[in-house]
Design a protein around this ligand. Structure first.
Ligand SMILES: Cc1cc2nc3c(=O)[nH]c(=O)nc-3n(C[C@H](O)[C@H](O)[C@H](O)COP(=O)(O)OP(=O)(O)OC[C@H]3O[C@@H](n4cnc5c(N)ncnc54)[C@H](O)[C@@H]3O)c2cc1C
Length: 179
């Protein structure tokens, strides 16, 4: 079972495989704490790159796919000041409670983006016995519980047609990325 996110290809190469995934550094910002209850839902906004929520400690968490840079060894990142500014401005534009706070922290997470931005989940024809679950392309939190259950059923030999569209061979065979 290979489910190592952005590090999946590092492991795959040890058995002579390579998946059509690229690593992206996605940026987050944390603000100073505002009064609790300033924002209840998680907010996004049409035509804005924004995901905005308030944590229990009052801090706002800002994201939305703003890029940092993956550093050369593929294990770390560098923040992009322009992404911090852009993300902060988007949040301030729709919620004035953010604008009265300070930016306290910023960081990136490394994410495996598949070539078609659809996860690679299931057995790999070119290596009998190998199951992958990677390339979640920015949506892994939301679908992880369902994927976990479905994949467990599939491994136990049950038919799981819901996973057909995620089968790695759809893209691996086309791109010949597995050598
Ligand atoms: C900033 C940011 C915001 C996001 N926001 C959202 C969101 O709002 N909603 C959403 O649905 N998704 C979101 N995502 C995407 C989501 O986080 C990922 O899709 C998801 O975490 C991918 O899960 P994964 O298990 O494939 O990889 P990961 O969560 O990266 O887990 C891979 C694991 O493999 C381990 N590993 C690596 N190498 C080895 C090894 N050699 N041996 C053993 N273990 C190893 C790592 O330590 C890690 O624990 C966001 C991602 C980022 C970066």
């Amino acid at each position: 079972m290979l489910a190592a996110g952005a590090f999946s290809n590092r492991l795959a190469v040890t058995v002579g495989l390579s998946f059509p995934i690229r690593v992206e550094a996605l940026q987050m910002i944390r603000s100073s704490p505002a009064p609790a209850g300033s924002l209840i839902p998680v907010v996004s906004a049409i035509r804005r790159k924004l995901s905005l929520k308030q944590s229990h400690d009052g801090t706002f968490l800002l994201g939305g796919g703003w890029p940092g840079d993956v550093i050369e060894d593929g294990r770390g990142y560098r923040l992009r000041p322009a992404s911090i500014e852009g993300n902060w401005n988007e949040a301030c534009a729709i919620l004035s409670a953010v604008a009265t706070q300070r930016r306290e922290d910023a960081w990136c997470g490394l994410e495996a983006m598949s070539a078609d931005n659809i996860p690679l989940v299931g057995p790999v024809q070119k290596m009998q016995g190998l199951i992958v679950a990677t390339g979640f392309s920015g949506h892994g939190f939301a679908i992880a519980p369902a994927i976990g259950r479905a994949l467990a059923d599939q491994i136990a030999g049950e038919p799981v047609p819901e996973l057909d569209g995620l089968n790695p061979d759809r893209i691996v065979s086309e791109s010949a990325a597995i050598q």
